[in-house]
Design a protein. Sequence first.
Lengths: 115, 114
Amino acid sequence: AQKVTQAQTEISVVEKEDVTLDCVYETRDTTYYLFWYKQPPSGELVFLIRRNSFDEQNEISGRYSWNFQKSTSSFNFTITASQVVDSAVYFCALSEYNQGGKLIFGQGTELSVKP
Amino acid sequence: DSGVTQTPKHLITATGQRVTLRCSPRSGDLSVYWYQQSLDQGLQFLIQYYNGEERAKGNILERFSAQQFPDLHSELNLSSLELGDSALYFCASSVGLAGGHEQFFGPGTRLTVL
């Protein structure tokens, strides 16, 4: 069965702190894709990153970095030197190659960055 | 701006009524997806269309139906509305059919059923 678990419901940090958002997934497929989306207070869903199951290289984009570990079925997201504008709900999602592209979302982690 | 448009932005209606939500995908995208976001269920996949054909179904109620038209825009019809149908409904589009394509989300339609 496909499942995505984001165990952290809410995280609160002070500006400039580093923060890691956890994501654990379950799938029986060997070909799958993992995503992170950001939902700011305005409500839209903004794509952040996509990773396929054959690429375990970590990725860094500015203050954002992602750590994909198949051995632990995890795809964690780290924000370095957090800023107030990072305050949002972050969703991890899974799609399986043969399932038509539907995204299975985790419950989301609400990140609050205080000045 | 993702390039995906949804109308209306807000909809307030009464129980038992029927509403239609509309989505225009990004130019060139053939797949359209509908998702429902509610406090108790989170973000849930409802249905996918690809080039006019239904391709995948999720936890979509029988009271709900959708279609994708030849110009690729899509409509989600919700009927016999209940209080529990109040939610944010997102449309997303992607270029391909299979998993792995980035999905671009519209701004959502917030449905309130009174």
